[in-house]
Structure formats: C-alpha cells, structure tokens
Ligand binder design. Structure first.
Ligand code: ATP
Ligand code: MG
Length: 183
C-alpha cells in the first residue's frame, strides 16, 4: 500500500486547493522554516482519525482550519483527501479488491468532522478499522518523527508488543475481541 496523493483545501496554511502527488517510491518535502512541511504530515494523521489537537500541534480541533493571514480572511471548512494505491490488496474486507482507496475528512468551525471512504460518507470507526493492522493509523509506525526511534528502543516489552502486533496484522482482531467482550 502506498500513499499516491494528498489533496488539501483550507487545512492549516493550505488555504487554496492543493494537490501533492507522490509518484515515486521515495519523496522528500523540502522548504524554508514555516512553509508548511509539517502541516502535510499533520494532514495525513488528521485524515486517519487523529482526535488529539495536541498531536496536530494545536489547542483545539478547529485549529486545523485556515485561520486567516494578513492577506486572506479565515475560512470555515477544512478538508483533506488521501489517495492510496492498494494493488496488493492489503486492506481487509470489502475494500481488498479496490485498486485505489480514497479517504477524506472535513471539519467545520462547530468541530463537526465528516469522513468519506471512496466518496461515501462513513464513520471515523470505519476508517480506523480499515487501516488497523496495516501499519497506517494516526499513531502507528508509518509516521516516524523525531524521537520515534528512541521511544521504540526505550519502550517496555508491553509497548513494543503493540507495534509488533500491528505489523503482524493482529491488532485488528484484538480490537474486535475487546469490543465483543465489552458488549
Ligand atoms: P519547520 O521547517 O520550522 O519545521 P515547517 O515547514 O514544518 O517548518 P509548518 O509547521 O508545517 O512549517 O507550518 C507552519 C506554518 O503554518 C506557520 O506559518 C503557521 O502560521 C501556519 N499555520 C498553521 N496553522 C494554520 C492555520 N490554522 N491557519 C493558517 N496558517 C496556519
Ligand atoms: Mg516542521
């Protein structure tokens, strides 16, 4: 599975609709301080269901919406779409046969988030469940930032196990069992 494209509109500094293609196996985002490099990573994490404003470097969830600049007024909605290539069928369930998966999230100033999977409105849970066990969740190892490696090395056996279970694809089943037991 590979991230092919990110489309942003109204998200943080990306006020105008912006498409970022990732055509090669390895891409780098470069630019001066404050140009929006980390905002791109925040966008990926946000779409995959991140629910902590702090993890998106803000105080509240609506801080992801473009807040205005000296030249532009604030706007009321932010939206980001991630397009994944799924030709190896890594996703479970009904989406396994799809060549391309689009995941989209929108938020308005009332903090209402709306999620879409291949254009169809869905729940946040549908997205987290879809990516669980693939290594792609908001806090999984697909996003390695400063400090992630040392945190891994220093983690306790129980914490390390969480990563291994995600890599092995069994976290999805553990989550389902937990839900069933709680019913
Ligand atoms: P560095 O190299 O210092 O890490 P960076 O390229 O990662 O920089 P980001 O942190 O992605 O930069 O972007 C910061 C910019 O995004 C700031 O100029 C900030 O004003 C702008 N920004 C963040 N949130 C919003 C928002 N809600 N509305 C408008 N601009 C925003
Ligand atoms: Mg940065």
């Amino acid at each position: 599975m590979r991230l092919k494209q990110i489309k942003l509109a109204g998200f943080k500094s990306f006020v105008d609709p912006t498409k970022i293609p990732f055509d090669n196996a390895l891409s780098a985002i470069i630019g001066p301080n404050g140009c929006g490099k980390s905002n791109v990573i925040d966008a990926v994490r946000w779409v995959l269901g991140e629910s902590s404003a702090k993890n998106l470097r803000g105080d509240s969830m609506t801080d992801v919406i473009f807040n205005g600049s000296s030249a532009r007024k604030p706007i009321s909605v932010a939206g980001v779409e991630l397009v994944f290539e799924n030709s190896q069928g890594r996703l479970a369930g009904q989406y396994a046969s799809y060549q391309e998966i689009s995941v989209k999230r929108q938020v308005n100033r009332d903090s209402e988030s709306t999620y879409f999977l291949n254009g169809q409105k869905c729940r946040r849970k549908d997205i987290t469940e879809l990516f669980m066990g693939t290594g792609l969740g908001p806090r999984s190892y697909a996003i390695i930032e400063q400090g992630t490696i040392s945190r891994l090395i220093e983690s306790k056996p129980q914490e390390l196990r969480v990563f291994i279970e995600e890599a092995a694809g069994i976290s999805r089943y553990k989550e389902r069992r937990r839900e069933t037991e709680n019913r």
